[in-house]
Design a protein around this ligand. Structure first.
Ligand SMILES: NC(=O)c1ccc[n+]([C@@H]2O[C@H](COP(=O)([O-])OP(=O)(O)OC[C@H]3O[C@@H](n4cnc5c(N)ncnc54)[C@H](O)[C@@H]3O)[C@@H](O)[C@H]2O)c1
Length: 359
């Protein structure tokens, strides 16, 4: 239980962490005394989740036990720092392999995955395995201990949506190819969701599915290869950014503090068996417009060149991506509050201080 008179506060890795705790009603009581396993803990989302939980724990008389798994396949140097955080038990573990678990377990937040297109193009089988074999192992573990499990799926399970289904609701079945360079990611996340469905309906496990839509913010690795770290690295180096495919594809972007609030709401309060879109539905911008907004946020010119997709980038990029978040809003009280321009300013303030300008 929390101690309201406590002024204890943990130092945080990221500038936005303190506001996450304040925005989740009852977070202290939801985690006090629980054992929480976070997989993919050294990744962008995993580190942020842990940072928020470590900070919340510092104010609790009965802190949660936080166990963090990652096999470091894409974690990089920044990710390795998670192992040294006080207040967590870090294990270099591959979620596709058998796991010896000691003690009780209450919550599994399964964020391990290979998320960046360049990485999953390079590691298609590891991508497939982490979402399918890894999810099955985590669901079995949750089942054995009566824990609830939140699986990080992706908005990519919708594929290239029919424009009539944009903004996209959780009920849309998707327009996805099982053959092609993106299939290892999209299709394995879909199977991961099916596994959640089976374990919920036939084994009684409390499962939730999180479908994130393009999260960005401080903490993204410079060599992450997703669009905003690419832009930030080039901006730092004073080099033009490369825009692929004419820059006409549109996306919405969700600032990391908004996303982490949504992820924790689903993981701790989600209705059993339900999937939730987590993202920011506005504004939906093309890559060309994204560059203009980045230029404004940086306060200096950000030149660009239009280039063909590199070979390392998977073809068939979806045309549009925009969430309908009505379900998370109604069932969980989820509401993103950071405007896109403010989020970009916060992101570039952080990257200008932390990136080397080398990607
Ligand atoms: N960030 C986003 O915008 C976004 C969007 C949609 C879906 N997601 C999903 O959310 C999750 C977290 O995303 P992220 O941005 O932090 O990704 P990330 O790539 O930064 O982190 C994922 C972490 O998982 C680890 N990992 C991969 N395979 C593993 C395995 N077999 N065993 C243990 N660890 C393993 C990696 O080393 C990495 O540290 C992923 O599952 C991703 O697919 C993220």
């Amino acid at each position: 239980m929390s101690d309201p008179s406590s002024n204890r506060q943990a130092a945080t890795l990221f500038p936005d962490t303190p506001e996450i705790e304040e925005r989740i009603h009852g977070l202290h009581d939801l985690i006090a005394g629980r054992t929480i396993l976070i997989t993919g803990a050294a990744g962008f989302v995993g580190r942020y989740l842990i940072d928020a939980l470590v900070r919340t724990n510092a104010a609790l008389n009965e802190p949660a036990r936080l166990v963090a798994y990652d096999n470091m396949i894409t974690a990089g140097k920044a990710g390795a720092a998670v192992a040294d955080l006080p207040g967590i038990e870090f294990v270099n573990a591959d979620v596709t392999q058998p796991i010896a678990w000691d003690g009780p377990l209450d919550v599994v937040i399964h964020a391990a995955g290979i998320a960046s297109p360049q990485h999953y193009r390079a590691h298609p089988l590891a991508t497939l395995d982490s979402a399918i074999r890894g999810s099955r192992r985590m669901l079995e573990l949750a089942g054995e201990h009566g824990a609830r499990l939140a699986f990080f799926s992706s908005s990519e399970i919708y594929g290239d949506p029919d424009p009539a289904h944009v903004p996209t609701r959780e009920t849309y079945r998707g327009n996805v190819a099982c053959l092609g360079p993106r299939a290892c990611y999209d299709e394995s996340k879909r199977v991961g969701e099916t596994l959640c469905y089976i374990f919920h309906h036939t084994h009684g496990v409390h499962t939730n599915i999180i479908r994130p839509f393009n999260v960005y913010g401080p903490g993204m690795q410079e060599a992450d290869y997703r669009v905003l770290p690419n832009f930030a690295s080039r901006a730092k180096a004073g080099r033009p950014v490369s825009i692929y495919g004419g820059g006409i594809h549109t996306r919405t972007y969700c600032y990391v503090s908004d996303a982490i609030v949504g992820f924790l709401l689903v993981a701790l309060k989600g209705v059993a068996g339900e999937p939730y879109n987590i993202g920011n539905p506005t504004p939906e911008v093309s890559t060309l417009e994204l560059r203009e907004r980045c230029e404004r946020a940086l306060g200096r010119p950000l030149p660009y060149e239009l280039v063909a997709y590199p070979d390392s980038y998977p073809a068939d990029e979806p045309t549009r991506r925009c969430p309908d978040i009505g379900k998370a809003r109604e069932q969980l009280g989820y509401e993103p509050v950071v405007s896109f321009d403010d989020g970009l300013r916060r992101f570039f303030t952080w990257t200008e201080a932390h990136y080397a300008g080398e990607s």
